[in-house]
Ligand binder design. Structure first.
Ligand SMILES: NC(=O)c1ccc[n+]([C@@H]2O[C@H](COP(=O)([O-])OP(=O)(O)OC[C@H]3O[C@@H](n4cnc5c(N)ncnc54)[C@H](OP(=O)(O)O)[C@@H]3O)[C@@H](O)[C@H]2O)c1
Length: 165
């Protein structure tokens, strides 16, 4: 199954200068918890924002580039159709599409679940979450985040499931 996993701030901002606009360790912890042992699928720009392939999970990169441009062990897919085929062949695996905007845009009709962290704060950005059609999803979970010194924003973790049509 394909699952979008992302965090957005006010105005659907998700990125700035190739990185996240905020530092929110609680969300990084959530990301690690849900993706460990599963698969992450990243666009090449998002993959480049990681220090290295993320450990203890399968790393898939979507790019037009050759596989030889990426570290050994990383699976390279060259089109959205290749991602769809990859997912069809693994119906019982959790495949987390972790961005960026280009992947969310191109795979929005294929995604089964949405894991969204909403941060109730304003940040400058140059990358935005595409406008998803939430009428096709129902919210199945909402969990407020704990605001503290290290996580100085109001934020919440939400999960949505595609409604059978
Ligand atoms: N807040 C969040 O949760 C979150 C999550 C993820 C990312 N981000 C942020 O978002 C920004 C990056 O997002 P982005 O939208 O600019 O880039 P991206 O989606 O991560 O990567 C774009 C790249 O993906 C490849 N690609 C796109 N469509 C393709 C297709 N149809 N077939 C094959 N390859 C394809 C291309 O790679 P090649 O150029 O190599 O061919 C393209 O340049 C960064 O700032 C990042 O930190 C935020």
């Amino acid at each position: 199954m394909l699952i979008f996993l992302w965090a957005e701030s006010q105005g659907h901002v998700i990125g700035l200068n190739g990185h996240l606009p905020w530092h929110l360790p609680a969300d990084m912890h959530f990301f690690k918890t849900v993706t460990t042992g599963n698969t992450i699928i990243a666009g090449s720009k998002t993959f480049a924002s990681f220090p290295h392939a993320l450990p203890n999970r399968k790393n898939v990169v979507v790019t037009h580039q050759a596989a030889t441009n990426f570290p050994a062990g990383v699976t390279v897919l060259n089109s959205f159709d290749a991602v769809r085929e990859y997912a069809i062949q693994r119906p019982n695996e959790k495949l987390f599409v972790v961005g960026g905007a280009q992947l969310f845009e191109g795979l929005q009709d294929d995604v089964d679940f949405l894991y969204r962290t909403t941060i109730d704060a304003g940040f400058d950005g140059d990358t935005w979450m595409p406008a998803l059609d939430y009428s096709k999803f129902q919210r199945i979970n909402w969990q407020p985040g704990v605001r503290n010194e290290k996580n100085p924003y109001d934020y919440a973790f939400e999960q949505f499931q595609r409604v059978a049509q």
